[in-house]
Design a binder for this molecule. Sequence first.
Ligand code: SAH
Length: 249
Amino acid sequence: MSSAARKIRLLMLLRRNGVNSTDVLRAMELIPREVFVPPTFHDQAYEDTALPIGHGQTISQPMVVGLMTQALQLTDRLKVLEIGTGSGYQAAVLAKIARRVYTIERHRPLLAEAEGRFQALRLHNITARHGDGMRGWPQAAPFERILVTAGGGMDPPPDLMDQLAVGGIMVIPLGADRRSLHVVRLRKTETGVEREQLWPVRFVPLLPEVAAEPGRGRAASGQGGMEQGDVPPPALIPPDFSDVIHQRA
Ligand code: SAH
């Protein structure tokens, strides 16, 4: 089967499972996922599966990208902050819908590769930087939308909540235990935060500080060992669609 045919098959699968936003489907049709996966996995680029991208990280499963992007309720007038650039695929999809995308990655080599892809695909409305995304991007705040593509904790990082505009939406995997995360949608109002639990998911962990860099002589304080040997399965668990109450018409 040709790569074009595999892509169409994937888009149809997404539609059948609740990704019905034409903006999201169009964005995922326009962005070549094979550019974001390592060459050895090119033949799997249009399978509905997460794939390893090095440094113990993964490019998210297309279904999860589709549903999370849809949950953000984006328009071309909005500015989005993404935490966890990874391969850059999710940021590229966001960039086809939103006005401007800011994205932060704690692994410097992953960030460099992602930036190369943004250049090659002429995605000029993405600004990426290396850093600890849990601190957000105060110079560019407030953001109308925030998408966190790494998971953990019961509540969103406070700096991210501060940097969300009033009326804005944050989509983030949260949960006490990394093995029982849910994608949660938070809406910031004048008086507080509305919280909706969307569906169960498995994600690589959201970790504090930037990643240790061999040879640079600066380790992330106190967290250096966490990502070694404690890497979750390289796949995001497909959502259990019986739980997707907010995605169905
Ligand atoms: N959105 C990515 C997939 C994300 S994998 C894609 O489309 O390919 C999660 C990413 O979050 C990993 O690359 C991991 O290094 C990064 N990450 C985890 N904690 C972080 C933090 N505090 N700040 C920035 N990036 C973080």
